[in-house]
Write a protein that binds this ligand. Structure first.
Ligand code: NDP
Length: 335
């Protein structure tokens, strides 16, 4: 089977592509330029025989994916802007997320071979942002961020706009399924903060993806004045997120289902405590020796469904954090 993975060159897209390749699929990965695609292949030469690049320079352009979709059986749509440098809410965030999703849906209409579609949504599409940390509330697979396009258009909070972009993009998928009743099945995954080793090609520590920048800023000395707050105190390992994408297109139980993709609750202080066991990082870190983790100081989450319906088990949090730090230190040396 051929899988089209959009956003192969990203943090999540890289691990999703690798997970499909390891599971025996042929992967066609989209990149915004041929150079980016070639840089990806150069990092994973042992996978090159089952991998090809489709260049999609602008996913908001009309017919963006019409060539890339040809001959594809499965789609994994991971592409979406995830950053907080938003100057124009619509142009930089809302339109690419929403129109990119509409374009992939329009392309799938052209390829009757497509049977399964998995879309990387987010906990951003689940939580009610203004109510965070939402003590005493439990989010489930059925929870939805209630944000509207009009609210997001005028917001001056880039995090709020990002969360809106993910919500409204995911809604495009479910509205499409409801209205058009396609012959293929959709699955959406709603991961919280995604940590774990960044394996995508990166040119500098400043060009790391957003969730890796969060960890790097905690341990590189920038947070020495005190541990910053943890806006999304829930995480999932990128390798587990990738595995969930593969299971989502394989399992009967995943057809037309939405999954909260969360493994652990955490606080930034726990990352710092683990980083403190690395001699080379010790001088960079704030003092968190008096820190006590209290799970009751923010919302709860129910991740039963992904465990029972997809059969997911999760990498322990300490391993995720250590593997993240190990890889960041390797990158720092290389770059
Ligand atoms: P990255 O920034 O590493 O990846 C984003 C991907 O989307 C990249 O491949 C990027 O291409 C592509 N992309 C972004 N904007 C555009 C655009 N306008 N046109 C075409 N392609 C675009 O971030 P992540 O890997 O973290 O994010 C991947 C997905 O996972 C996103 O949907 C994100 O919302 C979701 N997610 C991420 C979480 C996290 O903590 N990391 C948490 C929950 C969900 P290029 O490589 O060329 O920049």
């Amino acid at each position: 089977h051929v899988v089209l993975v959009t956003g192969t060159t990203g943090f999540v897209g890289t691990q999703v592509s690798l997970a499909f390749l390891e599971a025996g699929y042929i992967v066609r990965g989209t990149a915004r330029s041929l150079e980016k695609g070639k840089a990806w292949i150069a990092k994973f030469p042992q996978q090159a025989h089952n991998f090809e690049i489709a260049v999609v320079p602008d996913m908001t352009a009309a017919n963006a994916y019409d060539e890339a979709i040809k001959g594809v059986d499965i789609v994994a749509h991971t592409s979406s802007p995830f950053h907080y440098e938003v100057k124009d809410n619509e142009k930089d965030m809302l339109i690419p997320a929403i129109q990119g999703t509409k374009d992939i849906l329009a392309a799938i209409e052209l390829e009757p071979r497509v049977k399964r579609v998995v879309v990387t949504s987010s906990f951003a599409a689940v939580c009610t942002v203004p109510l965070l940390p939402h003590r005493g509330h439990t989010y489930t697979d059925d929870s939805w961020n209630p944000v509207t396009y009009d609210e997001a258009k005028v917001s001056d909070n880039p995090g709020f706009v990002y969360c809106a972009s993910k919500t409204l993009a995911e809604k495009e998928v479910w509205n499409y399924v409801k209205e058009k009743k396609p012959t293929w099945y959709a699955t959406t995954l709603c991961p919280s903060l995604i940590l774990g080793p960044p394996m995508q090609p990166v040119s500098s520590m400043d060009s790391l993806n957003e969730s890796m920048k969060d960890v790097w800023t905690l341990i590189n000395g920038d947070s020495k004045g005190g541990a910053p707050p943890t806006p999304f105190p829930v995480l999932c390992d990128v390798r587990d997120v990738a595995k969930a994408h593969v299971l989502a297109v394989q399992k009967e139980e995943a057809k037309n289902e939405r999954f909260l993709t969360i493994s652990h609750h955490f606080k930034n202080e726990q990352i710092i405590a683990i980083a403190a066991t690395y001699p080379e990082l010790r001088d960079n870190l704030p003092d968190v020796s008096s820190f006590k983790y209290d799970p009751g100081d923010h919302f709860g989450t129910d991740n039963t469904k992904i465990q029972t319906k997809l059969g997911m088990t999760f990498i322990p949090m300490e391993k995720t954090i250590r593997d993240t730090i190990d890889r960041l230190l390797v990158l720092k040396k290389e770059l």
